[in-house]
Design a protein around this ligand. Structure first.
Ligand SMILES: NC(=O)c1ccc[n+]([C@@H]2O[C@H](COP(=O)([O-])OP(=O)(O)OC[C@H]3O[C@@H](n4cnc5c(N)ncnc54)[C@H](OP(=O)(O)O)[C@@H]3O)[C@@H](O)[C@H]2O)c1
Length: 271
């Protein structure tokens, strides 16, 4: 079986996005550079960052060891920069800090109802046409906002990145994304660490010789999501990539869906 690190999702833009990435929120400085380097050594090729994370320069240092064409880099424009020219300026800054000529994916980090989405999409389209980004998408957009972004754009909205884990199971958005070919990325796929000691996930994991964290990631992958767990150690990086050669049964998938715990861990004003 092909390693999870080599599996990818074909985006509407035609480019491929690895289904497992490294989340880097709250990783900064030397620790960030070290963990990104270790992830790359283990074979991770997808790194998720944002202008707001304040770690693009460190990531730029770490990725020098790998040929750019092998990497998939995502960054995000903050909701304060969604006017057309601000989108372009923000992306230029991210490219400079990361030391790269292009981003594989650029996302609107959060909606901003004060800026018409068409203005933002115009900036995104310019970036694609200029080769500064390969694919574009959104984050923290519910179905209504995602549909509006798609309607306002002449180029495909390839991705929506939202909070998604066993304590935040979603129904409407995955279905909509699947119907429209939009890749759905699960952020906080370990519930910010909250699911790693969950008794139901632990019990299910024991039957496969896996941890609760691995069960959470496997569940999301089998739901068709892309996952970007953050890890602060090589042990966690390695554990989170051990997804090969096993699958949750439909019965276990259902048990997880029916756990009935609902938690919104990130500001949920919009989703
Ligand atoms: N678009 C957005 O608005 C948005 C919002 C939030 C997050 N994100 C993205 O999503 C990424 C992931 O979300 P997150 O960082 O909030 O949370 P997360 O990935 O759900 O959880 C990270 C926590 O889980 C722990 N962990 C990782 N692997 C583990 C393992 N195998 N066993 C036990 N514990 C483990 C980590 O501890 P250690 O550090 O000790 O390994 C950390 O405390 C972010 O880093 C960011 O890139 C995007």
């Amino acid at each position: 079986m092909e390693s999870i690190l080599n599996q990818s999702y074909k985006l509407l833009s035609g480019y491929s996005m690895p289904v497992l990435g490294l989340g880097t929120w709250r990783l900064v400085g030397v620790a960030c550079e070290r963990i990104v380097s270790e992830a790359l050594e283990l074979g991770y090729r997808h790194i998720d960052t944002a202008e707001l994370y304040g770690n693009e320069a460190e990531i730029g240092q770490a990725i020098r060891s790998v040929a750019r064409g092998e990497l998939f880099l995502t960054s995000k424009v903050s909701s304060a920069n969604l006017r057309t020219n601000d989108v372009i300026r923000a992306c230029t800054g991210s490219l400079e800090r990361l030391g790269t000529g292009y981003l594989d994916l650029y996302l609107v980090h959060w909606p901003n109802d004060e800026v018409p989405i068409a203005e933002t999409m115009e900036g995104m389209q310019y970036l694609v046409e200029e080769g500064m980004i390969r694919s574009m998408g959104v984050s923290n957009f519910d179905v209504g906002r995602l549909r509006a972004a798609m309607d306002a754009s002449d180029i495909p909205v390839c991705n929506d990145q939202v909070e998604y884990h066993p304590y935040r199971p979603r129904r409407e958005l995955p279905q909509f994304c699947q119907e429209h070919g939009v890749a759905l990325t699960a952020y906080c796929p370990l519930g910010k660490g909250r699911v790693v000691r969950d008794p139901t996930l632990t019990r299910i994991g024991q039957m496969y010789g896996k941890s609760a964290s691995q069960v959470s990631l496997r569940w999301l992958l089998q739901k068709g999501a892309i996952v970007i767990p953050k890890a602060g150690s090589v042990e966690h990086l390695r554990e989170n990539a051990q997804m090969d050669g096993w699958e949750l049964t439909p019965e276990d998938m259902r048990r997880i869906e029916e756990m009935g715990i609902e938690m919104k861990l990130v500001d949920a004003t919009y989703t």
